[in-house]
Write a protein that binds this ligand. Structure first.
Ligand code: PLP
Length: 395
């Protein structure tokens, strides 16, 4: 008998993947330029040139046996030092290389951290709307998902609701900012309130509650909106970072976990992370890309390309009568469906070749996500279809 849970996960793709596959098939049928695919969060901006230059340089000039060999399980010391230096330069967080664990991207950072923290049936709170894979990662660590509903319209954390969801069994909280799927950046007021609530609850229950900052979109920020660094607000913080979106390298699988040095049991948590990485069979993060990160730390993609897409889409859709959350970061627009049932709205949009993601699985009903990490022309070409769709509802 095979594992039923794994079978279920493998045989039913996520709705995003389902739509993405449909788009590929539809493109063959009617031509790619006629399919307005806004399904998947695959970066559309080129990685910085220094990435490819560095890859070429490393391959040409470094010892190839070392370059392609295993690194320490927690990552190459030089890379971890470079990451720690970068964090300290930007956020003055006082981390050392021994607080950094290199991973295969944010998904790995999260699965490892959750496996390291959770005992069977302990609870992990997620703030809706949330990245759907959190459920998979938490349940794989034998934890229970608890959803905190957001404030209406702003999609900031509803502190009262959050407080009511914390129990003696709460072990961790995941906070994702800028947020997938809303594009919202949690402001400092929200962060302070979340951290004060957690501190009070830790005292009440007499055990730590860990805050996991899921930060693959940290660098994708518009108009200089500040993204508070959670370690500076709450000692029991673990940062799950990734270069997938920050440097447009999602296929290369590179990121890290940073454990706050101010955490009371920081060393033990770090060792549990090493243990979780080992038990999950990660072995080490890709060696070549650890070297690339070491040499290219601080490199940036051109965020203005995403900002331009956001501006075109946001202003057109609000003009047509759609209600959208103004995104300050990431590359998603969270749009209220024009009827209560997001799935029915999705089907109507699909009939106009607009493919967006209904967000019921993200913990908020009646919304769809538009991933605008696409060529600008696709957005421009899709606008008449968005307009026609809105008019159909207004009839
Ligand atoms: N967390 C969030 C909120 C995401 O949106 C994603 C990917 O889209 C991930 C984690 C996983 O990212 P990575 O490619 O770094 O594993």
């Amino acid at each position: 008998m095979i594992n039923e849970k794994m079978y279920a996960l493998g045989s039913k793709r996520s709705i995003i993947r389902e739509i993405f596959e449909y788009c590929k098939q539809r493109a063959v049928e009617i031509g790619a330029d006629k399919v307005f695919d806004f399904s998947i969060g695959n970066p559309s901006v080129e990685p910085p040139k220094e990435i490819s230059d560095t890859i070429c340089d490393l391959i040409k000039n470094e010892n190839s046996v070392l370059l392609h060999g295993y690194t320490s399980a927690q990552g190459d010391l030089g890379t971890r030092q470079a990451v720690a230096d970068d964090i300290n330069a930007r956020f003055d967080a006082g981390v050392t290389a021994n607080n950094i664990y290199m991973t295969c991207g944010a998904a790995a950072s999260l699965t490892i951290s959750l496996r390291a923290l959770l005992n069977p049936n302990e609870e992990c709170i997620v703030f809706a709307p949330f990245f759907t894979e959190y459920r998979v990662f938490i349940e794989n660590a034998q934890g229970k998902v608890v959803i905190s509903t957001p404030c209406e319209k702003t999609f900031q954390v509803d502190i009262k609701d959050f407080e009511s969801k914390i129990t003696e069994n709460t072990k961790a909280v995941i906070m994702n900012s800028p947020n997938n799927p809303s594009g919202v950046v949690y402001n400092e007021e929200t962060i302070k309130a979340v951290c004060a609530t957690l501190t009070a609850k830790e005292k009440e229950y007499g055990h730590p509650i860990y805050l996991i900052a899921d930060e693959p979109y940290r660098e994708l920020i518009f108009d200089g909106v500040p993204v508070p660094y959670l370690m500076n607000y709450y000692d029991n913080t673990i940062v799950c970072y990734s270069y997938s979106k920050a440097l447009s390298l999602p296929g290369e699988r590179i990121g890290y976990i940073a454990v706050s040095p101010k955490m009371e049991d920081s060393v033990n948590v770090y060792l549990a992370i090493c243990g979780a990485g080992r038990s999950l069979g990660y072995v080490c993060a890709p060696s070549l890309f650890q070297q690339v990160i070491k040499k290219c730390i601080g490199a940036k993609v051109d965020v203005n390309i995403y900002k331009e897409n956001r501006d075109i889409l946001y202003s057109a859709l609000t003009e047509y009568g759609y209600e959208c959350v103004q995104p300050d970061g990431a590359f998603y627009l969270f749009v209220k469906a024009l009827e209560d049932d997001a799935m029915k709205f999705f089907e109507k949009a699909k009939s106009k070749e607009i493919l967006v993601v209904p967000c019921d699985d993200f913990g908020v009903k009646g919304y769809v996500r538009i991933a605008y990490c696409v060529d600008k022309q696709r957005i421009v070409n899709a606008l008449p279809a968005f307009k026609a769709l809105a008019e159909e509802y207004n009839k």
